[in-house]
Ligand binder design. Sequence first.
Ligand code: BGP
Length: 470
Amino acid sequence: MSRFPEGFLWGGAVAANQCEGAYNEDGKGFSIQDVMPNGIRGPRTEMPTEDNMKLIGIDFYHRYKEDVRLFAEMGFKVFRTSIAWSRIFPHGDEQEPNEKGLQFYDDLFDECHKYGIEPLVTISHYETPLYLAEKYNGWANRKMIDFYEHYVRTIFARYKGKVKYWLTFNEINSVLHEPFMSGGINTPKEELSEQDLYQAVHHELVASALATKIAHEMMPEAKVGCMILSMPTYPLSPDPDDVIEVMESEHKNYFFGDVHVRGIYPGYMKRYFREHDIQIHFEPEDEEILKNTVDFVSFSYYMSVCATADPEKQIRGAGNLMGGVPNPTLKASEWGWQIDAKGLRYVLNMFYDRYQKPLFIVENGLGAVDVLVEDEQGNPTVEDGYRIEYLNDHLIQLSEAIEDGVEVMGYTTWGCIDLVSASTAELKKRYGFIYVDRNDDGTGTLERYKKKSFYWYKKVIATNGESLFE
Ligand code: BGP
């Protein structure tokens, strides 16, 4: 008997803004990413500039057929991508959608179905239309709920029957850390109070619940999930103060899952708001809307961190948008993200103990510098044993969690084809099974080459995970 359930959804994940390119084609408006040539590491620009790798991305917009064929060759059962909101509504507040934008995703989803690949679609993945950021201040403004509602009604009506799995917001908890990238909030981070941020969070939570309600009404077969940036936190020492520190820091992330799954604000958060003089403004209908809870919980997992109450030890290590105190027992990737395969088993158990909802790992992977070499036949390839080892270790821990009784729907590796990094806007931080010939100086043919991990993953899927244990 296989360790992974029958019908387990193996696949890979990307986001529109990190791979499509074609930033101004076929009526697309600018998204916030089009003015972020440095990711979150440096200043944004007034207008899109040529040094912004995302304007061309990996040209997925024009090459998706070749890419989906390669995903099919690996045996993908699911492909996670996002819809670029600014392709559908270039400014975000229009009434009429852009037909060419809608058509692109129709074609993409048809292409997936041609090979029996189920699309898993993120409705908003760090690509708020720039106009909504500049004119309305993004999710800081309650009006965003109306624009988002109109957008989701439009895409649900259009892709009903083609898309069964939906995610409302990518890494919804990241808005507290990266308000512009995650929430399209134009006000500089330093000028935002916690009051502003948690009010924006409230708007997103209401919008997410509303989208879930509408999806269930319009598409009875649809399954809607929330998507959380998971970063399990361990106490740096056994000191009870460190353990309480961990609990409080975890609460700030669990808050998002708790509202999505339970439909109410948890007591610990109400206490936090009280003690920090934060008053969340609820419209009369909000409480009812929040009761539209999700069908499953999805999350990204790259790393874990530590926390401590000791003011002398508050070192902040590198990490996926939030980071924490480095764990002295773990090694790190080239970008300083600490590698912790067992943390995946741990976080799966934590989520399942808490929610008893099916879980979906929708991002996991290793960003690394790859070197193109020639294989025995003289074809370009990458000997990415380090990536295979990372993924293999994580998948074994995933199987342990399944053994623990955790219900897992599927697993999509992040950046199944090389793409532009969200945090650093680099292409040299590669995650893919497929190498894309494009470099940060803008050179490269955009040709695709299969890495060693391509064949490894193909076998994993073909054996429903059994080859992991060879
Ligand atoms: C997550 C985002 C992705 C993705 C990934 C890897 O935070 O949801 O969009 O990019 O992290 O991060 P990076 O691209 O910064 O390496």
